[in-house]
Every structure is written in C-alpha cells, then in structure tokens.
Design a protein around this ligand. Structure first.
Ligand code: HEC
Length: 403
C-alpha cells in the first residue's frame, strides 16, 4: 500500500479551511447586512431600554425579530454567543496549508530563480515577514488619526497592498506572490478579530458585569474593523481562486492585474452595502463591472500591439516530443523522476504522442500562452521553445483533422 500522505493531508486541510471560511464570512456578511438593515426601533419602551435599531426577517419557516443594543443592554444576558472560532480556525488551517503547499515545497511553488535566488528557509522567512509586516502597517494606520478618515485610510491601505503585491511578484513565483497577498489580507482580518474586536467586546462585557455603563468607543472601534474586513473579503476570495487562472498570476504584469481586480471589487461591495442601507446606486455596481472588463482587456493585450509570431520553419512532431521531454517529463510522467513528485501532477502525463495531443490545449495554456509551466521555469525554457511548442502543437492538431 502506498499512501500519498501529503496529498490527503492537504485535501483535509483545504476542505476544512474552505468550510470554516464560509462559516466565518457567511456570519460576517450576515451581520453587516443586519447592521445596515436596522431601522430605528418602533416602540418607545424598546428605545428606552437602549434598542438602537431593529429588523424583521423571515427564514427557515419562521420570523425573526432582531434588535441591536448600542453599546450594550443594561444587564448582561444569561447566554451570549460569540463569533470568533470560525475566524481563528480559518487562519490556522490557512497558515498550515501555506506551510504544507508553499513552504515545504518552496523549490517547486514559491521560489523562482529567474526572479530571486533564495533558499527555502529564506523564502519562508520572507513570506512570513510580509504577513507580520502587513498587520503592523495596517494596525498602526488604523490607530493613527488617518484611520478616522475613511477615504484617506482606504487610499493608503490599498496603496500599501498594491506595493506589497508588486514587491512579492518580483520575489516569488506568480502563485507564491498571490497567495502571500491573500494571506497578508487574511492575517489582518483575523488579527482584527483576535486583537481588536473580541478584546473590545470583552471590555464591554466586563463593564456590564461590574454594573458600569460601557464606553461607546469600544463598540465603534470594533465596528470600524469589522467594516474593513467586509471590504477586504472579496480580494481575498479572488486570490484564493486565482490559482485556477494562469492568465492572472503568470506574466510580468500579474501584480497590476491582481491590483486592478482587487480595486474593482471595492465599488462592487460598496454597491451592496449601500443597498442594504436602502440606497440603490447602480453606478457603483457599474464601476465594479467596468473595472473588471478593463482589466480583462488590459490583460489580453490592449496596450501591447500584437506582433505576428513568426516561426522560421515548420515544427515537427519529433521536435514537440523533444521539447516536452526536456521541459516537462521529469514531472509529467507515469514514472516521474523529479524530487518531491511521486505521481504525475494532477494526473497529467506526456509519455506518449497521444497523451501530448490529447493535452495540447492544456499545454498551450500552461506553457505557451503563459509561463506557468515548467514550475519555477527550472529547466530554463526559453520564449523560443514556447513559440516552437505552440506552432508544433498547432500543426499536429491540423494534421490530425485531415482525413
Ligand atoms: C517540476 C515539476 C514540473 C515540471 C517540470 C512541469 N510541471 Fe506541469 N505541473 C506540475 C505540478 C506540481 C502541477 C500541479 C499544479 C497545481 O497543484 O496546481 C502541474 C500541473 C500542470 C498542468 C495541469 C494544470 C491544471 O491545473 O489543469 C499542466 C497542463 C501542466 N502542468 C503542463 C506542463 C507542461 C506543458 C510542462 C512542460 C513545459 C510542465 N507542466 C512541466 C509540475 C511540473
């Protein structure tokens, strides 16, 4: 029996991570919706009790009547639900996954020797420093007087993230850089819950238990951080999915593509938040969609006039086979010989000409249109090799179609 333990462990962690992220972000989006949907309490008795807003909702076969006490009710309720483990466990499982995929396999997934020659330890430390540095920058900015000005704050924090994204893309592989931008934002989001929101809520509870009136500032700070988390969610989700789209993370403008999409998500999120508050402004939604389309066109060559690709001579099937053997077969084979690769990655193998033909569109996607493969370009595949491979595969396809 041969158990591919790391794959199974990775699967379990990923499954757990996605489930917890849904629980965390689901609850967090729900509470933002709830907060924005609250309307002033109708009954005077409720208002006198300290109810600042209320909303009725129907779900799961019953009606819910939610009331928000700002800052807190006059007495501590007997039972109080907290929301924190969803966030902590999302972070913990995410960090373990980062270690398992990117730090233990730094040579494969993180280090790109054409960008920077690092040892796995140096790469790991660099990555972790970005996560910690991001939080310190963000937290200091929030606590500074600039943090109270939403516009100035948003511009500075978005600017810092774009700068970090640019820097990371110059250091790591595209995928490695993207996952670190995502982890930086995710770390700030969980640290918001762990270091700010929950401690502030505990201060309010402590004051209540002592029979004092809690200071309104604690609720306000927690609210600010939780709104930040709300806007940071969409870029993080995008990054977690970006893995499936080499067009995003390979190429030298990957940082600009990610930054553009991240920025475009802001008006989109804002549209929904305004809507919950009862204001429908389609311009925000349109701005988000226009941003997305702009990035799509820019990434597809809007600013780079297309040069006709000229391949001097026809590329033969034997040459295609040779290029694949040189640059791909160490990993993509029934019997891989590359260290750390026990079975053909994603079941993709190129041992026979039939397998190469069958996988032609995927090969073009990974190694001709983008330079995602070979991983970290460790075989030193040149642009010329890529053009030849593309031309050869195309010729094969054409000849295959002829009777
Ligand atoms: C150093 C090992 C290595 C080399 C060399 C390599 N690959 Fe890969 N390849 C991988 C790994 C690992 C994955 C799985 C990536 C992941 O987990 O998303 C992969 C995935 C793929 C996929 C599937 C992508 C998907 O998500 O559907 C294709 C197609 C592919 N490689 C093509 C190639 C081609 C073409 C070459 C040669 C030009 C090549 N690879 C060279 C390791 C390698």
């Amino acid at each position: 029996m041969d158990v591919d333990f790391f794959s199974w462990l990775g699967l379990a962690l990923r499954w757990f991570h996605v489930m917890l992220a849904i629980m965390w972000i689901g609850a967090s989006f729900y509470f933002v919706w709830l907060d924005l949907s609250l309307r002033p309490a109708k009954s005077k008795a409720d208002r006198d009790k300290g109810v600042s807003g209320e909303v009725w909702a129907v779900h799961g076969g019953g009606f819910y009547h939610k009331q928000k006490y700002m800052v807190a009710p006059s007495h501590m309720p007997e039972e109080l639900h907290w929301f924190k483990w969803e966030s902590y466990l999302t972070f913990i499982s995410g960090f373990l996954l980062l270690c398992l995929v990117y730090y233990f396999n730094a040579d494969l997934y993180l280090i790109d020797k054409a960008k920077m020659v690092l040892t796995p330890l140096q790469a790991t430390l660099t990555g972790v420093m970005f996560l910690i540095g991001g939080w310190f920058f963000y937290d200091t900015l929030c606590k500074s007087p600039l943090g109270d000005n939403v516009k100035v704050f948003s511009v500075l924090w978005a600017g810092a993230l774009v700068a970090a994204c640019y820097a990371l893309c110059q250091i790591f592989t595209g995928r490695g850089a993207f996952i670190h931008v995502g982890a930086m934002i995710g770390t700030a989001m969980t640290a918001n819950v762990f270091a700010i929101i929950i401690p502030n809520q505990k201060k309010v509870v402590k004051a209540l238990l002592a029979g004092d009136k809690p200071d309104a500032k604690y609720g306000k700070i927690a609210k600010q951080r939780s709104m930040h988390n709300n806007y940071m969610t969409l870029p993080v989700l995008l990054i977690m999915l970006s893995n499936h789209y080499p067009v995003l993370y390979s190429g030298s403008y990957n940082w600009a593509i990610l930054s553009g999409l991240g920025l475009a998500s802001w008006p989109f999120r804002h549209f929904f938040n305004l809507k919950d508050r009862g204001i429908t402004n389609y311009w925000y939604a349109a701005a988000g969609i226009a941003g997305y389309i702009f990035v799509m066109l820019a990434a597809s060559g809007l600013f780079t006039p297309e040069k006709p690709v000229e391949v001097a001579q026809a590329v033969s099937a034997a040459e295609v086979r040779q290029i694949v053997r040189t640059h791909c077969s160490a990993c993509h084979s029934d019997t891989p010989v590359h260290a750390g690769i026990a079975i053909a990655p994603k079941g993709v193998m190129f041992d026979t000409m039939d397998e190469i033909k069958q996988n032609a569109p995927r090969i073009i996607e990974q190694a001709v249109k983008n330079d995602t493969m070979p991983l970290g370009n460790e075989t030193g595949m040149t642009d010329d090799d890529r053009k030849k491979l593309g031309a050869g595969l195309e010729a094969l396809e054409k000849s295959g179609k002829q009777p």
